[in-house]
Design a protein around this ligand. Structure first.
Ligand code: GLY
Length: 594
């Protein structure tokens, strides 16, 4: 619903009744957040209670944060398999308390060796066919999640792959009841899923209806795959029995992933991007995610304004957030891509002086027209190369269409922290289950820019920096983040939500630091999102009508309704050390501690 329509009707005096009902319907969704869950020793927060329980059991059995995170991730692949799994990828930030070091593990998927920049362009029309990059085997990139989990466990865990897989194997074999979110996602995606016999066999009744709320989902093939991994390690997936099944499926159904692609896949250890916000240190995900860089860029811009004084979700605060978001997303469209293939001006984008230059052009009460990116290269000490060019098509396809991607946060009793965001991209990924394995293949190829300026599923546009190339990693928005205060861990943050991940993480952090909310309130507060293209300010239910109206008066094209993302976070009380977990009321997750 567009607020401009409401306001025009109001002025014409013909739709007061509609406005009356709009006002009545606003404000109820997040009126009061429950209290956060608290614990003394360790905590796991994830998007499903059974997955959080798997992680908590590992912590209680003496495992560390890495053991618990990996167990939770495998369990999520079973009970929330439409969002993440070993057919997809992940990013992890791990803070090791004893070394005071933050490590980044990049388990992002990689384009197959046979991928080409124009592989989704239709030969006859010359236009991108979005169906090809979102649905079916050709949408799948080489999965990296399992390799990343294995690396984390081998280097930093204390348990074996077999031990941390145990809860997930049990859940896959004994089944679990579908939650409302799962049943809704399945119903939403049924047409995509029905097309693939191997997928139909897992999620549908023989009469072609999908499993519904409260029905039990059994995944015996996935349990068997997990058992093979427990026995043989991740090499079974990247060169052994499971690899052979993946390659056989590719041959049978005209996919691109080869045995060489699988054996060549390596998770990468990276350095976090680091910034600061009002005295707090922000550690987040570097490229090939855009998340950390633009989170820090937006925080740098907002630091120039007194958001505490302006108030939580006031017209001015949302306006300033939207202006910061627009500028960051305009830069994202041009500069961001896999750093192995393109030079990304990370230092410039995250510099305080670049943020100053952007903030100076923000009017307090008027939206600005952003026609293109800024010039972060000017703030990179080495020099100022010429800017790549970009043509863009404005569109309106960025609304949150389904649930996808997942985040989990863990703190253990030694003070180790894990923030992990994992995905198979859109709900149920490509929709293609690799026959005989129970593995849902991702559709992460859609996170590339299929052609300059053409929108992907999330309405995001990109440039050559994110064009498809063999063995390149697609640009992501995933933003697993750790916040410290004077060297002490303070927050573990992250969320699903496509591009709305970055703005959700921004708002959760600001809600705590600027507005003093507890972690549950900070998560549940209504959200705003702007991603430059389309030039629309999206507001969740719960933003009052007078605020919507003010934002319209400031010049924003306001679009209201619905909700998005699903933050799963932990806050550590700096005085007492107590752990407070917040799980998003928009989902059915759980914070569990001891
Ligand atoms: N697949 C969503 C993301 O990585 O941003």
């Amino acid at each position: 619903m567009s607020i401009s329509n409401h306001i025009r009707s109001f002025r014409a005096g013909i739709s007061t009744l509609a406005i009356f009902f709009t006002i009545l319907s606003i404000g109820s969704t997040h009126a009061a957040a429950p209290l956060p869950t608290w614990a003394r020793h360790g905590m796991v927060v994830s998007a499903h209670p059974l997955a959080s329980q798997a992680g908590l059991d590992v912590l209680k059995a003496g495992g560390n944060a890495v053991d618990a995170a990996v167990a939770t991730a495998f369990a999520l692949g079973v009970v929330e398999g439409y969002s993440s799994g070993i057919g997809g990828g992940s990013f992890t930030l791990l803070h090791l308390a004893n070394r005071w070091e933050t490590i980044v593990v990049d388990g992002r998927e990689e384009a197959p060796g046979a991928a080409r920049s124009d592989m989704y362009v239709d030969n006859t029309t010359g236009k991108v066919n979005p169906e090809l990059s979102t649905t079916g085997i050709l949408a799948g990139a080489v999965p990296g999640h399992l390799a990343a989990l294995n690396l984390l466990l081998e280097r930093y865990g204390s348990m074996t792959l077999g031990q941390v897989l145990e809860p997930a194997i049990l859940l896959a074999d004994s089944g679990f009841e579908l939650s409302q979110t799962y049943a809704r996602s399945l119903a939403l995606q049924k047409d995509k899923l029905k097309r693939f016999p191997s997928t139909f066999a897992v999620f549908f009744h023989p009469d072609s209806t999908p499993l519904g709320l409260g029905e039990r989902l059994y995944q015996h093939d996935l349990a068997q795959t997990y058992r093979i991994l427990a026995d043989e390690g991740d090499k079974a997936f990247y060169r052994g029995e499971i690899a052979r099944r993946i390659v056989a499926a590719m041959k049978a159904d005209s996919g691109l992933i080869t045995m060489h692609d699988l054996t060549a896949y390596k998770p990468r250890l990276r350095k976090p991007v680091v910034g600061s916000y009002r005295g707090y240190s922000i550690y987040s995900m570097p490229p090939p995610s855009s998340g950390g860089v633009h989170l820090i860029q937006m925080l740098n811009i907002l630091e120039r304004f007194d958001l505490k004084y302006l108030g939580l979700n006031s017209s001015e605060t949302i306006h300033l957030e939207a202006e910061a978001m627009k500028r960051a997303f305009a830069d994202r469209a041009v500069f961001m891509g896999d750093p192995a293939f393109t030079s990304v001006p990370v230092t410039g984008l995250t510099s305080k002086t670049y943020a100053d230059s952007l903030a100076r052009n923000i009017s307090r009460f008027r939206t600005s027209k952003i026609t293109g990116p800024g010039n972060p290269w000017a703030f990179v000490p080495e020099g100022t190369p010429t800017l790549p060019s970009i043509s863009t098509e404005a569109g309106d396809s960025s609304a949150e269409k389904d649930r996808h991607t997942t985040h989990l946060s863990v703190v253990d009793r030694w003070g180790n922290l894990v923030a992990m965001t994992a995905t198979i991209n859109t709900g149920f990924g490509s929709g293609y289950v690799i026959p005989g394995t129970g593995i849902l293949l991702n559709n992460e190829m859609d996170d590339f820019s299929s052609a300059p300026g053409v929108e992907n599923f999330f309405g995001l546009v990109g440039s050559d920096a994110n064009a498809i190339a063999p063995h390149k990693r697609p640009l992501s928005s995933m933003t697993p983040t750790l916040v410290f205060y004077q060297g002490r861990p303070f927050m573990v943050v992250g969320s699903p939500g496509g591009p709305r991940i970055i703005t959700t993480v921004l708002e959760v952090i600001s809600n705590v630091i600027d507005h003093g909310l507890d972690i549950q309130e900070a998560i549940d507060a209504p959200r705003a999102h702007h991603q430059w293209k389309p030039d629309k300010l999206f507001l969740e239910d719960g933003i009052p009508f007078d605020v919507q109206e003010n934002l319209f008066r400031y010049g924003h094209d306001v679009s209201t309704g619905g909700n998005w993302s699903g933050a799963q976070c932990i806050l550590i009380d700096l005085e007492t050390g107590l752990l407070y977990g917040g799980t998003d009321s928009r989902q059915e997750g759980a914070a569990k501690g001891y």
